[in-house]
Design a binder for this molecule. Sequence first.
Ligand code: ADP
Ligand code: MG
Length: 628
Amino acid sequence: MSVDAHKETLEFQTEVRQLLNLMIHSLYSNKEIFLRELISNASDACDKLRFEALSDDALFEADSDLKIRIRIDRKARTLTVSDNGVGMNREEVVENIGTIAKSGTRQFFESLTGDQAKDAQLIGQFGVGFYSAFIVADKVTVETRRAGLTAEHGVRWVSDGEGSYTLETIEREARGTDVTLHLREGEEEFLEPYRIRAIVKKYSDHISLPIELLEGEEGKEEWQQINSAEALWARPKNEITDEEYKEFYKHVAHDFEDPLTWTHNRVEGTQSYISLLYVPQRAPFDLYDRERRHGIKLYVRRVFIMDDAEQLMPHYLRFVRGVVDSDDLPLNVSREILQHNKLIDTIRAASVKKVLGLLEGLARNEPEKYATFWREFGKVMKEGPAEDYANRERIARLLRFSSTHTDSEEQNVSLEDYLQRMKPGQKKIYYITAESFAAARHSPHLEVFRNKGIEVLLLWDRVDEWMMSHLTEFDGKPLASVAKGDLDLDELEDEAQKKQAEEAEGEYKEVLERMQKVLGEQVSAVRISHRLTESPACLVLGEQDMAVHLQQMLRQAGHEVPISRPALEINPGHPLVRQLKEIEDEQRFEDWTRVLFDQALLAEGGHLEDPASFVRRLNGLLLGLGGQ
Ligand code: ADP
Ligand code: MG
């Protein structure tokens, strides 16, 4: 077969160019990390080869001694990082380093502000390691051959990082990849072996493959191993520095920032394994993407088995990064086997407990860090009560809410805080769900609670309504929505209040009936309210009903949602309601009633079916008032 050396020049995807600019800007003060990124990629490529070779031993091509090598060429001003890992074919080169195939790319670019300094801070979350080479290089050459392909299928990729790259097919015996950086003027320090040693020691010592540097006098150079090449997680905890833990995290998580916290455990007994689990500081862009990768890496007796072993963490803890290394699983374990494996189930259950324990410790001892965690991952944790029934109570303790006590959008009230502030005689934990913080906070349903100084949790995240349907009780106390069901504040109402309400029921009997006739099917009942002190009216759902804003949202998204008719409650203390009693004219009574209903719906975050009529009626009433 003849080599199709066909050489072409291709444009980078626009995003890649933007990214390169940002990258150079953001990382310039810490440019040495380019080496960490290239070594991290080389190590990943070796892991990938090992994984593929599990099912096809021939891919090793009789060379299973995987390693990373660095070579300096002073004359040519180049630095080359090589690996004998999996390599890439032509399409893979285009896909992996000519485009950014990452999910979440579009959102990332949409979130950019155009202010380079600000945007630069975002780059770390995006994790685009390969391009960091251009911080110090004005030209990068990648030569690679995919494991399993013949020598004629080598590929050379060359770019100056300015907008385009060339691609050609070459003969290449060596399996794997060489990345050669042609250093920019002024970057000569990276041609010094001592400098390279120091950088590798600092950032890449934990890489479990040998990293070798070619050193020595001209003609007498020798390969020297410059890292300790031990699996970090297998070392005793007390011998690992925080810096080492952090660098290892950046490698496994493909993150540029330090982790928030971590937990490292060795379990011995009926089965033995090690887990090293990290919580990141920042949510990645693809947290909600089902295709996302980079979760937990699975190893068996130090040998890499697979990336993103999703069986090792439940979905609501999908932000956890790290490794699990089992002594007992077979080396040829596959994803299918993992799905029905007792060993994996035990490791998973124990790992979940470790993570929950880690978060509990953080909440207790480092509340500021916990607040960061909650801001980034709170919405995901809220999936926990539904997904992980067994740990429901522990997850509930980790939840944080806004509440009428703090009246702040910052979610920092725990259920335990709430319990401590409950009024004597109060039997339930009260909450409200709404479309936004403002809607929750200003809801008429809160009036009586504010009045009596009873705290109400304010919930407005999309998952909240769903979460609360799985969280019905905490510490033996039921959780109750203030917008649903009969409000039973009995224990908190004094005799005078009760008497007042009873009197109002009698006094308004006829008004209530007339209103019911006007509203007909729109409401399940019209009754005197025990929850209003300032607003004239509000809508109340049944215990099992979905919040109004949620019903409308689901309907808009095309879901069938059963119609649940709310009850209309009126406040006999309100002048508008008092006036209702005096209205004889049926049309006028109807207008008043409908306006009260519609405004109650609006206050609920609901949308009016016929806003124009509402406006017309309201204007009519305003004019009427003016004329009186
Ligand atoms: P990430 O490592 O987070 O995926 P990078 O920008 O560092 O992002 O690398 C992009 C992709 O390029 C990698 O996912 C991999 O597919 C490919 N790649 C980079 N370096 C190598 C290498 N040495 N061998 C094989 N593939 C590589
Ligand atoms: Mg990388």
